[in-house]
Design a binder for this molecule. Structure first.
Ligand code: HEC
Ligand code: HEC
Ligand code: HEC
Ligand code: HEC
Ligand code: HEC
Ligand code: HEC
Ligand code: HEC
Ligand code: HEC
Length: 308
């Protein structure tokens, strides 16, 4: 009994010891007779499956024209010999251009998915760095770009992994904001009255609900007629970072034209907004009722926004 469990445990223990970290086992290939340094090189990290099997000729011709690296086909055709082509409605620019090798090493890598660099550093080689700002969305700060973006292709605009309606006015549904609701609870938006589902509330009056869903006119707030459909998430929030708290966007543009600006201020028990859409308003979470007349903020005049 003792011997048997010792045999079972030994490989596990070995794998756990840092000095025993194994190099990948690569099958022999005739090519290593002369390119012996490559066998050691390719065993670092995780090898591409055909490399592990010693099948160099899956991609290279036997020696001939060294100029062309003797590839049996051009990238990306070579890759599509074994992998599905990327043919969804939205294809990432470098993928569409066949630049697989911009992101992947064909042989091996010490990172997952044969990547040349880790995400997000890989993405920041070509895109703005989204890790700075007054507020940074947690998954963005953690570099989890692929939680929301597919690196190759998507059915959704912006290579998004789920639907996210970005127009200013959208009829609310869980489906329209599928992406956000993968991580955020629906109650924060569709419960008209809540004590805790969201911090964006006046007393128990859910202000997410008011902006996203509620169509009833509200003269108490100076709103004669509510426009339909209601405001979308992207009317107020940016997805990555913002120079204001809570990812509140400073402005909404259409091309070069600023449609409206939002100046947002947090307070200990709420916040306040100076925006073109309505007169400056402030919300107080511990107010006895959400029907209190909101306090007014004094602030400079903002650009005119869409009517609520
Ligand atoms: C008889 C020895 C020998 C064998 C076997 C051999 N090669 Fe080579 N290979 C060379 C030499 C010599 C060069 C040119 C010098 C260099 O770049 O290392 C070369 C160059 C190359 C190059 C171009 C390298 C570059 O950086 O431009 C590739 C790719 C290559 N070999 C792949 C292969 C593959 C794949 C195999 C197996 C199918 C193979 N070789 C088998 C000797 C060999
Ligand atoms: C999945 C396809 C694929 C397989 C399998 C493959 N290679 Fe390559 N290899 C490539 C591509 C693509 C390049 C060009 C890389 C570049 O341009 O950055 C390349 C480049 C090379 C080069 C030249 C430059 C370099 O990266 O060192 C050598 C030498 C080479 N391969 C040897 C081998 C050997 C030996 C094997 C088998 C153990 C092998 N390859 C298996 C796709 C492959
Ligand atoms: C000869 C067949 C073959 C060719 C050609 C080929 N691959 Fe692969 N590739 C595989 C197999 C098999 C796997 C492992 C199974 C899987 O994940 O689909 C794999 C896995 C991968 C992975 C995932 C690796 C991981 O650790 O998760 C990437 C990335 C990849 N290939 C990229 C490429 C690129 C880029 C090319 C072209 C330069 C290419 N492949 C060409 C057979 C191939
Ligand atoms: C902009 C960078 C980038 C480019 C260009 C790119 N890939 Fe990828 N690829 C990735 C990332 C990142 C992953 C890892 C995805 C993950 O972890 O969810 C990946 C994963 C893969 C995988 C593993 C299975 C999967 O889909 O997750 C394969 C196979 C693959 N890529 C093939 C290719 C081929 C073939 C090309 C060229 C047509 C290509 N890639 C171009 C970034 C890229
Ligand atoms: C080799 C350069 C390169 C790399 C690396 C790269 N991208 Fe891109 N990406 C582009 C280009 C070019 C465009 C199209 C022009 C633009 O929108 O900036 C683009 C567009 C995008 C878009 C917008 C797509 C749209 O339809 O609006 C997203 C999202 C994106 N990339 C995410 C990523 C992520 C995530 C990574 C890392 C996994 C990454 N990119 C790595 C070059 C790159
Ligand atoms: C929480 C989800 C989420 C995460 C995580 C995320 N993005 Fe995005 N990204 C979006 C959304 C939503 C859009 C569409 C923006 C819009 O137009 O409102 C977008 C758009 C983009 C664009 C198109 C240009 C732009 O700024 O609108 C690029 C490029 C991009 N993201 C790159 C990245 C990179 C790189 C990372 C990782 C550091 C990342 N994203 C992480 C949700 C996300
Ligand atoms: C991959 C998971 C994930 C996705 C997808 C996601 N979020 Fe988040 N988001 C988080 C986490 C984690 C936090 C931090 C904890 C919290 O406040 O709930 C956060 C916080 C926020 C905050 C508060 C930011 C702050 O500074 O306190 C806003 C606003 C936000 N998310 C909006 C969105 C929107 C809009 C979408 C859809 C485009 C979205 N999120 C999609 C994970 C996600
Ligand atoms: C009218 C502007 C507005 C709209 C529209 C809006 N939000 Fe918010 N959101 C806010 C404000 C303001 C806060 C900050 C509340 C606080 O902390 O005082 C907030 C906070 C959040 C938070 C942090 C957790 C919480 O609920 O307090 C998340 C997550 C979030 N919003 C996601 C979304 C998503 C997803 C949508 C679309 C379904 C959306 N928001 C629509 C203004 C808006």
């Amino acid at each position: 009994m003792f011997r048997r469990s010792a045999i079972v445990l030994t490989p596990l223990l070995l794998a756990a010891l840092p000095w025993a970290a194994p190099a990948a086992e690569l099958a022999d290939a005739p090519c290593y007779e002369c390119h012996d340094e490559l066998q050691e090189e390719f065993s670092k990290g995780s090898p591409h499956s055909p490399v592990e099997e010693g099948d160099c000729e899956a991609c290279h011709e036997d020696h001939g024209d060294a100029e062309t690296l003797m590839l049996s086909d051009k990238v990306p055709t070579l890759c599509f010999g074994c992998h599905d082509e990327f043919a969804k409605a939205q294809v990432h620019d470098p993928v569409g251009e066949g630049d697989c090798l911009g992101c992947h090493d064909p042989h091996h890598s010490t990172r997952s998915a044969l990547l040349r660099d880790a995400v997000p550093a890989l993405c920041y080689e070509c895109h703005d760095d989204y890790s700075q700002g007054v507020s940074v969305h947690e998954p963005v700060g953690e570099g989890s770009c692929t939680e929301c973006h597919d690196p190759h292709q998507s059915e959704h605009e912006g290579l998004l992994t789920g639907r996210y309606e970005r127009k200013l006015r959208v009829t609310f549904s869980a489906d329209a904001y599928e992406l956000c609701l993968e991580c955020h609870d629906l109650e924060a938006f569709n419960d008209p009255v809540t004590e805790n589902a969201t911090a964006f509330r006046f007393g128990a009056r859910n202000l997410h609900y008011v902006h996203l869903i509620d169509e009833t006119d509200d003269k108490g707030y100076g709103i004669k007629k509510r426009r339909k459909p209601r405001i979308s998430c992207s009317g107020c929030h940016l997805p990555h970072t913002s120079d204001q708290a809570k990812l509140i966007r400073p402005e909404r543009d259409r091309g070069q034209v600023t449609v409206f600006t939002i100046s947002y201020r947090q307070t200990a028990d709420g916040g306040g907004c100076v925006v073109g859409c309505h007169k400056p308003l402030q919300y107080v979470r511990d107010a006895a009722t959400g029907r209190d007349k909101p306090a007014h903020l004094s602030a400079p005049k903002q650009s005119k926004g869409p009517e609520l």
